[in-house]
Each structure stands twice: as structure tokens, then as C-alpha cells.
Write a protein that binds this ligand. Structure first.
Ligand SMILES: Cc1cc2nc3c(=O)[nH]c(=O)nc-3n(C[C@H](O)[C@H](O)[C@H](O)COP(=O)(O)O)c2cc1C
Length: 329
């Protein structure tokens, strides 16, 4: 059992005895439990607040090969039941990541997932090649295909199945690490994109990134975000993400990692029932920094309440009277 001198900070008490039945497998890769942070919503400094060792894995912010400063302010704003960000993926570049960022993640004693970005197909391959020297410190890559494609008018790389296939196949040629591919929700058929990722060698798909949105200020007649458009995340997107997870899970044989509005153990169970094998938590950590640890600690009791002894019993266990893939009632 993990005990921590910050246990008094948590709403949930540490679990008595070993937590069992929370292990999940992403292909050959086994995680102690299914809970990990969503990219960009976690930094190593959170290690001062909570026992990160209780998480299934940690995920870095998306890394670009070059140094990037990100978008102009404001970068964050709120909307009903959600948050919008247009951070623009500032990046320390590969060299800065290896020197200053990766060691802090490695120190937590849980698997490290490095998120990869690029503005062209070749940039994804480049960052993979440059990270090769650091691969002993990395357990898996998550390829973030929501980045804008500079060669195609800025539409997200992940909106085109053939481009996703090229990106993933090229990364797979350059590494032996497990590959998660994080999909954009801005597509007509998430199943087609998930299948393209699978065909190119992905070991899992993460569904999904934030949803493009805007907030307008009537007084100034401007958009609140400096970039104009941002990504909506948080409770507002949970039903949207659940639907996408359900559709992706029915399209591929590789595991799906659910992401979008997850804030409680019950949310995790909903995503598992919809077909997810693991989950990522993002926006919820901005209001409740301890939320991921609370979720891990709450899962065994919730499983007991639901009469399951192993999370595997929940994955894809949705009983539905309507045919799969139906888009509305
Ligand atoms: C401030 C912020 C920064 C983000 N940065 C990244 C990023 O660098 N890479 C990425 O793949 N997703 C990024 N995301 C998207 C999240 O990882 C996640 O997919 C999305 O917020 C939905 O999950 P949530 O509702 O739990 O936040 C970011 C989200 C937020 C709110």
C-alpha cells in the first residue's frame, strides 16, 4: 500500500491493503491502473502536491522538435461547464526536453509517455529521431495528430486518414516504443481515422483532444482568446468524447484511451463501458489538482459497488438496445 504524508489533503482515504483488479493492458504494455494525465494539463511540479506514484502513467506536454513560444494571451478562458485554451503548444525543443523536462517526469517511478507534435508529417519523424538517444527514459509515445498541418492550410493533421497513416508509419519505423495516437474530434468518422492509425502500427488510440470553439466579448467585440479560436475541454465535452470513444472502440481491435471531461471514478467507468481501456484526465486537475489520485483511490469501492472484481469486466461492457454507430436517438 502506498502511504503519503499528504494523505490528509485528499477527499478519499488511502486504500487499505493492496489495490488489485485495476491493472490494464495496452497491448503488451501493462499499467498498474488506467488513470493518467492528459497531455498539457500536467507538469512535474504537481509532484509536490500529490503522490504521482499512484497513477498508471504520466504524459508530457506535446513536444515539437524546435523551440516554440506558443500563442498570444489570453490563452485560457471559461465557458459554461468548460474551459477553452489556445496555449499553442510552446515547446522547449528536443534538446531542452531531454535536458530539463524528461528527468523530472522519470523521477516519479511510473511509466512516462512522451507526446509528439509536428506541423508537417516530416516534423513528427524528426522529433522521433531526435528523441532516440532518450528512449531508455521513455515508455511510450503519444502522437498528437491534432496539430495544424502547415502544408494543408492549417487543418489538423488528424483530419485526414492518409496523412495520419503516413505520420504513424514513419514514427513506427523510427522507434520500437509503444505508440498511442491521440485523435482530433474534428472529423466526420473517428472510426476511419482510428483504423488508419491502427493500420500504420499504433498500439492504442487516445480519444480525444479538445473541441475547437470560441468565446466572444460583446463589450470589446473581440474574441477573448488571443488566438481567436481555442480548444473546449472539461465537463461540457464528456458526452461528445464518450460517443467518439464508443465509435472508435467499435472500429479497431487496439485499445482506446478515453479522454474528455473525466473528473470522477464514475466517469472512468462510463468511458470503460463505452470501450476505453484506460483514461486521461485534463481540465479537472485545474480545479482539483488531486483529482487523479482521488479517482484511483475511489475505483476499487466503485467496482465493488458495481459487482466487478476486475476493470476488464467493464471494458466495452455497454448494454445497448440501439445499433452500434447510431449517431442520435
Ligand atoms: C491548457 C491545456 C493544454 C493542452 N495541451 C495539450 C497538448 O500539449 N497536447 C495534447 O495532445 N493535448 C493537449 N490538451 C488537450 C488535453 O490533453 C485533452 O485532450 C482535452 O483537454 C480533453 O480532456 P479534458 O476535458 O479532461 O481536459 C490541452 C488541454 C488544455 C486544457
Amino acid at each position: 500500500m502506498i502511504r503519503d504524508n499528504r494523505d490528509h489533503l485528499f477527499e478519499t482515504a488511502p486504500t487499505q491493503g493492496e489495490i488489485s483488479g485495476l491493472e490494464v493492458r495496452l497491448g503488451d504494455w501493462a499499467l498498474a491502473n488506467p488513470v493518467m494525465p492528459a497531455s498539457g494539463c500536467f507538469g512535474p511540479e504537481l509532484g509536490a502536491l500529490m503522490p504521482i506514484a499512484e497513477l498508471g502513467a504520466v504524459v508530457t506536454k506535446t513536444l515539437f522538435a524546435g523551440i516554440r513560444s506558443g500563442n498570444p494571451a489570453h490563452r485560457l478562458t471559461e465557458s459554461a461547464h468548460g474551459m477553452l485554451n489556445s496555449v499553442g503548444i510552446p515547446s522547449p525543443g528536443t534538446e531542452g526536453f531531454i535536458r530539463a523536462v524528461l528527468p523530472a517526469y522519470r523521477g516519479f517511478g511510473v511509466p512516462v509517455v512522451a507526446s509528439l507534435g509536428g506541423l508537417t508529417v516530416e516534423e513528427y519523424w524528426q522529433v522521433t529521431e531526435e528523441l532516440a538517444v532518450a528512449e531508455p527514459l521513455i515508455d511510450a509515445y503519444e502522437i498528437n495528430v491534432s496539430c495544424p498541418n502547415l502544408e494543408h492550410g492549417g487543418l489538423a493533421i488528424g483530419t485526414d486518414a492518409a496523412t495520419v497513416e503516413r505520420v504513424v508509419a514513419g514514427v513506427a519505423e523510427r522507434t520500437r516504443l509503444p505508440l498511442l495516437v491521440k485523435l482530433t474530434p474534428s472529423v466526420t468518422s473517428i472510426g476511419d481515422i482510428a483504423r488508419a492509425a491502427e493500420a500504420a502500427g499504433a498500439h492504442a488510440v487516445t480519444v480525444c483532444n479538445s473541441f475547437p470553439g470560441m468565446v466572444v466579448d460583446p463589450a470589446t467585440r473581440t474574441t477573448v482568446l488571443g488566438n481567436g479560436v481555442g480548444g473546449l475541454s472539461g465537463p461540457a465535452v464528456k458526452p461528445l468524447a464518450l460517443r467518439l470513444v464508443w465509435q472508435a472502440a467499435s472500429a479497431v481491435t487496439i485499445p482506446v484511451i478515453g479522454c474528455g471531461g473525466i473528473a470522477t471514478a464514475r466517469d472512468v467507468v462510463e468511458f470503460l463501458l463505452a470501450g476505453a481501456t484506460a483514461v486521461q484526465v485534463g481540465t479537472a486537475t485545474f480545479t482539483r489538482p488531486y483529482v487523479m489520485v482521488e479517482i484511483v483511490r475511489a475505483l476499487p469501492a466503485l467496482c465493488a459497488e458495481l459487482g466487478v472484481t476486475d476493470l476488464a469486466e467493464l471494458i466495452g461492457g455497454l448494454r445497448s438496445t440501439s445499433p452500434r454507430g447510431r449517431t442520435h436517438a
